[in-house]
Design a protein around this ligand. Structure first.
Ligand SMILES: [Zn+2]
Length: 134
C-alpha cells in the first residue's frame, strides 16, 4: 500500500488548484512504497485535458532520485473537470508499471478527490493509500 505524508498529499491538491484550468503533473519519490519527496513538474501541453511532463525536468529528477537511492513511487496529475479515473490517454501513456498513478479531480472544486491506480498492460486497478499524519 502506498503511503503519502499529509504534507505531500496537501501539496498535490495545492498544485492541482494552482494549475487549473490546466492539468498539473508531478512525481513522488521515496522508498518502500512511502513517498518522501514531491517534485511538481511542468505540463508542457498546458492543457485542460492532457499532460506531458517536461522531459528535461524529468531527467533531472530521475538523476536526483538515483543519487539519493530513491525510487519513483508515483506519478500524479489532475483532472480539472472530470472524475479521478484514468482516461484512455492516461492508460495508453502509462509507461511506468512500477509507479502508482495518482489523479486529483477538481470536478467539484469545493471537494477535491484524490485516487490512486496501478496501470499495467492497459489494465487499471485501484491502489490503496494511506495519508500519514505529519
Ligand atoms: Zn488524466
Amino acid at each position: 500500500m502506498l503511503k503519502i505524508p499529509k504534507q505531500i498529499y496537501d501539496q498535490m491538491l495545492v498544485h492541482a488548484e494552482a494549475e487549473a484550468p490546466n492539468e498539473c503533473c508531478g512525481l513522488l519519490a521515496g522508498k518502500n512504497g512511502t513517498a518522501e519527496a514531491i517534485h511538481p513538474m511542468t505540463n508542457i501541453h498546458q492543457s485542460p485535458v492532457s499532460y506531458m511532463i517536461d522531459p528535461k525536468e524529468q531527467f533531472a529528477v530521475f538523476k536526483e532520485m538515483r543519487a539519493k537511492e530513491n525510487e519513483l513511487i508515483a506519478i500524479y496529475h489532475s483532472h480539472p473537470h472530470t472524475e479521478a479515473y484514468p482516461s484512455a490517454t492516461d492508460v495508453r501513456l502509462a509507461y511506468y508499471p512500477e509507479a502508482v498513478y495518482i489523479i486529483v479531480s477538481l470536478e467539484n472544486p469545493e471537494r477535491p478527490v484524490l485516487k490512486a491506480y496501478r496501470i499495467i498492460h492497459n489494465k487499471i486497478s485501484p491502489e490503496e493509500f494511506e495519508v500519514l499524519a505529519s
